[in-house]
Design a protein around this ligand. Structure first.
Ligand code: 5GP
Ligand code: ZN
Length: 124
């Protein structure tokens, strides 16, 4: 996708701090880290979001590859005590980059709540 910032990172057109790469997955440090370890794991091929995963799309294997990479990166980053994986989807999910990505967050004990999930709900 020509206008997609993560496609450009995957193509090497925008620099990033690569943490892991294989034929279908790229992982790089988030430009605005929210935890001591904050890595974005993406399929190199453009998929808009987790809402686009289906048997028909043929994208499920790419998601599995991302999670295989996440497990490897967690080990290499020393996250044996645990970590959190988040993917935001669409407007209500707070997705700002419309290329599927998994936030791998760690290096600190996470709070009990899924922070930020419900800030816009009122009277429910
Ligand atoms: P979202 O809000 O879509 O779930 O997450 C997008 C993430 O991408 C944000 O955490 C943001 O800091 C990160 N990000 C946006 N543009 C860039 C970039 O050009 N380089 C890197 N490394 N991270 C980016
Ligand atoms: Zn893209």
């Amino acid at each position: 996708m020509t206008d997609c910032v993560f496609c450009k990172i995957a193509a090497g057109e925008i620099p990033s701090e690569t943490v892991y790469e294989d034929e279908s997955v790229l992982a790089f440090r988030d430009i605005n880290p929210q935890a001591p370890t904050h890595i974005l794991v993406i399929p190199k091929e453009h998929i808009a979001s987790a809402a686009d995963i289906s048997p028909e799309s043929g994208n499920s294997a790419r998601v599995a590859s991302c999670f295989e990479a996440i497990a490897k990166i967690a080990r290499s980053e020393g996250l044996g005590g645990g970590f959190r994986v988040i993917t935001n989807v669409g407007e209500d999910g707070g997705q700002t980059v419309r290329h599927l990505h998994f936030h791998l967050l760690g290096g600190v004990k996470m709070g009990d709540s899924l922070t930020g999930v419900l800030p816009h709900r009122q009277g429910v």
